[in-house]
Design a protein around this ligand. Structure first.
Ligand code: SF4
Length: 305
């Protein structure tokens, strides 16, 4: 249904839209986060590392032009393409002055081969002026905005120290959708305070909001985080690879067919990752998901047909 996959991948969607492989260039816009600078919180989300949940972005010492050049060079060995999405990944990428955001977004947009922008942020960091800017960019290019929801459950939000309630996410989705801006929601699987049923409730909730895309992450315990300190004092069960694969397939079965699946497993930084180490073998997770879908004779959206 979606090339060689049983779910609607971002790769499939971008090839369909742009006629060829498009790759994301991860950028660090030099922003911070209200959940770290004291506005909402001081220590950030419990799982967030020193690099603000964007460990693979280019160096913030370089300006946006140089970062794009560097990322293109690094990725050119792996992928042969001339189309790119500039991905503002680290920290909260709408958390700055209007002028600063405008300058950085448009600088990225004007670089050769950039066909779109992806902006990761928090739903409580979208004032009207920033919304107007995003709407303007959305008219000029292919834009999506990523929101780190992680879970719909209050106790999980409290545990991860997310710093905003679910209604703020709902509100942000509504306002972005009113402006025809694509929204991608991040969800974390394997939170210690959640059962499989709880996680699937979050998946079903996000599916019901009909946002454009979704990203699934396994909960990573990295050395540079408060989660690691918590884990040392309160060791909790970690999902096995098989459990995770089964949960992802359950989740895919509840997603509308047109929802774009940006990620079903992430890339933890090898030297920082404590658990789960099995996530480092990404190909094995991906092929396990394909195999499980096949075994179940299943595909994205099967349970909501
Ligand atoms: S909102 Fe993002 S950048 Fe801010 S603390 Fe949480 S994970 Fe880190």
């Amino acid at each position: 249904m979606w090339g060689d996959k049983r779910y609607h991948t971002l790769n499939y969607e971008l090839r369909k839209t742009f006629g060829k492989k498009v790759i994301k260039l991860s950028l660090d816009g030099g922003f911070t986060c209200p959940n770290r600078d004291g506005t909402v919180g001081h220590r950030g989300c419990i799982f967030c590392g020193e690099e603000g949940s964007g460990e693979f972005a280019a160096s913030r010492r370089l300006d946006i032009r140089e970062q794009i050049k560097e990322q293109k060079r690094l990725l050119s060995n792996k992928w042969k393409t001339d189309k790119y999405i500039a991905y503002f990944q680290n920290f909260t990428n709408t958390y700055s002055s209007y002028e600063d955001l405008r300058e950085k977004y448009f600088t990225a947009l004007f670089q050769q081969g950039i066909v779109g922008l992806a902006i990761a942020t928090r739903p409580d960091c979208l004032p009207d002026k920033v919304m107007d800017l995003l709407e303007e960019i959305n008219r000029e290019t292919y834009l999506w905005v990523e929101l780190g929801l992680q879970s719909i459950h209050d106790r999980s939000a409290k545990f991860i120290r997310r710093g905003y309630p679910l209604r703020i996410y709902d509100e942000a989705v509504r306002r972005l959708r009113e402006r025809n801006i694509r929204v991608v929601t991040h969800l974390i699987f394997g939170l210690p305070c959640e059962s499989k049923k709880d996680t699937l409730e979050s998946v079903k909730y996000v599916a019901s909001t009909k946002t454009w895309g979704v990203k699934f992450h396994m909960l990573y315990i990295q050395k540079d985080t408060d989660l690691y300190k918590y884990y040392l004092k309160n060791p909790f069960p970690i999902l096995s690879r098989e459990e995770y694969i089964s949960l992802v397939v359950d989740a895919l079965e509840y997603l509308p067919k047109d929802m774009v699946v940006h990620r079903v497993t992430g890339d933890g930084k090898k030297e920082l990752l404590v658990e789960p180490r099995w996530t480092l073998d990404k190909l094995r997770v991906l092929s396990g998901i394909d195999r499980e879908l096949k075994l179940r004779n299943s595909y994205q959206g099967k349970k909501i047909e």
